[in-house]
Design a protein around this ligand. Structure first.
Ligand code: GLN
Length: 542
């Protein structure tokens, strides 16, 4: 079949969950056997979100091919099991950079370079790039921002043009918000009407409207919206608040979103999507009665999106262990040697979060010391793993001023040091060790046991690494280097075999965890946390 292009735009306000809607639709189409991918076009000028502070757009996600991406790509992968790449996330910055490079090369043959057609042509070329591979039946394109923003105009104009070029192979889904006015006890449709008008003004008639709402939308109200917005009532779909985002695909299916999309793009509707494994996962989430309490020690705790993939990987791991998840965020700047016990004692397991720079680092060391000495299941990720190494060097090996050269360039014991290939790099964008690398695990180690394999591939995002000059000293004292890159021999995983569960990974296993394939290391960590919880409960009972 010809490739179908589905555009998802948003109106009224941001944060309505375009990413979740796009992912849910992709999930359903994939479950019907179609080859689907999702891409995100972001209207900001940054080339990629790699240089953005988490306060701006939350976590920076990393694709297997080493692209630093918008966190929505994490949703795409978690909902669909597809592997996204650099081609799945394009920003205004990338578009302009490419157009300006072409202009400098003389590709435009003396023409005046303009937003229409040069920028829009470049956007369209990027929109169609994945479709042109012939690998996909459906390309879902999420347009970042809100309709009416100055900066998203060139994208919207490109969608308008593509709609004409692609005809029936193109569909526009618009997500809006229906606010509830408590004093009047009423849902209001006016913002939706205005938002659709705004789209129509720039030449786009949406085919399907999805309404984000906190209250049930009546059939009567759907008819009213349909009438005002030029769509059929069955094309008005509600996206009501649900306890978990993973419920959304089923809610969309219950309102026939997948069927509508097939019909409107001329694809015969046959059978039903196979969602049985998805439903099993949701049942596990819903029916679990026990809770596992996991602490995350990091400096962005007031900003849960900063650790999005970790939160989701934990939730998936808890569900597969038939437990509900409670996450306790602990601010690393507020944690110290005096309060560590009080804060950490109630937890069943502790994650030391990734991060950059000095801020909050001492709290991570203090948390790790307490966890190590009290044998709490502990998982260090990236900077968290590096902190595990530093804390153990200081308090286990007696190397007092041991540090990472990221924090102290004059440390006498650079147990974590800049990677050779990173020396001399001054450009900050896209220059870290990024993307998936193979890792060989020692047979019998906690990590190898958890994965059920001695070779794995996981994604990286860092500049510093374990300094192998210290390897023997660490191993003699009980911290083993059990994961190694086969090509470079970089140490990727450390663990303390004498402990209940004490593992640090230089890579980020959270990026590869999906609903249908939870990351094995997270599943094993949560399992250890549950066992520890039971052990403690048994002692208190006695
Ligand atoms: N700051 C550390 C490094 O660059 C760790 C990065 C991270 O946690 N992602 O090596």
């Amino acid at each position: 079949m010809e490739t179908k292009y589905i555009f998802v735009t948003g109106g009224v306000v941001s944060s309505l969950g375009k990413g979740i809607i796009s992912s849910s639709l992709a999930c359903l189409l994939k479950a019907r056997g179609y080859r689907v991918t999702i891409q995100k076009f972001d209207p900001y000028i940054n080339i990629d979100p790699g240089t953005l502070n988490p306060y701006e757009h939350g976590e920076c996600y990393v694709t297997v091919d080493g692209h630093e991406a918008d966190l929505d790509l994490g949703h795409y992968e978690r909902f669909t099991d597809i592997k996204t790449t650099r081609a799945n996330n394009v920003t205004t910055g990338r578009i302009y950079q490419s157009v300006i490079d072409k202009e400098r090369r003389g590709d435009y043959l003396g023409k005046t370079v303009q937003i229409v057609p040069h920028i829009t042509d470049e956007i369209k070329r990027n929109v169609k790039a994945l479709g042109n591979t012939g690998n996909f039946d459906f390309i879902i394109t999420e347009i970042g921002g809100t309709v009416g923003d100055i900066e998203s105009l060139p994208f919207i104009e490109s969608v308008r043009q593509l709609r004409w070029e692609l005809g029936d192979n193109c569909l526009c889904v618009h997500l809006t918000y229906v606010p509830y006015i408590a004093a009047a006890k009423e849902l209001k449709t006016k913002p939706t009407q205005h938002s659709v008008k705004q789209l129509q003004e720039v030449g786009i008639q949406p085919d399907i409207l999805i309404l984000r709402t906190e209250h049930e939308i009546s059939p009567e109200m759907r008819r009213k919206i349909a009438l005002f917005c030029n769509v059929s009532p069955e094309s008005v779909i509600q996206s009501i608040d649900v306890p978990t985002i993973y419920q959304v695909p089923l809610n969309m299916h219950a309102q026939h979103l997948d069927e509508l999309v097939l019909r409107k793009t001329g694809v015969p509707v046959e059978g039903e999507p196979d969602m049985h494994r998805w439903i099993t996962f949701l049942d596990k989430l819903r029916t679990a009665t026990e809770t596992v309490n996991i602490g995350i020690v990091g400096k962005y705790v007031e900003l849960p999106d900063a650790y999005k993939s970790i939160n989701e990987a934990l939730l998936q791991a808890a569900a597969y262990n038939d437990h509900k998840l409670k996450i306790t965020f602990l601010h690393s700047e507020k944690l110290n040697a005096d309060n560590a016990g009080e804060l950490l004692e109630p937890l069943d397991g502790v994650i030391i979060a990734p991060g950059f720079g000095q801020r909050g680092i001492q709290g991570k060391f203090d948390a790790l010391k307490w966890c190590r000495e009290h044998d709490v299941p502990t998982f260090g990720i990236c900077l968290g793993m590096q902190c595990m190494v530093i804390e153990f060097a200081r308090n286990g090996l007696g190397l007092e001023r041991a540090n990472s050269t990221e924090m102290d360039t004059t440390t006498p014991h650079n147990v974590i040091d800049l990677m050779e290939e990173q020396k001399g790099i001054s450009n900050m964008g896209g220059t870290m060790r990024l993307g998936a690398y193979e890792c060989c695990l020692t047979p019998g180690s906690t990590a190898a046991r958890a994965y059920g394999s001695t070779t794995v591939s996981e994604r990286h995002r860092h500049r510093f690494e374990f300094n192998s000059d210290y390897r023997e000293q660490f191993e003699q004292a009980g911290m083993m280097c059990v994961g190694e890159n086969p090509a470079t021999r970089l140490v990727e995983v450390v663990e303390m075999p004498g402990k209940r569960w004490f593992v640090g990974t230089q890579y980020h296993p959270e990026y590869s965890s999906t609903v249908l394939h939870p990351n094995p290391l997270f599943v094993d960590f949560v399992k250890a946390a549950i066992a520890y919880k039971h052990e403690r409960a048994a002692i208190t009972e006695k």
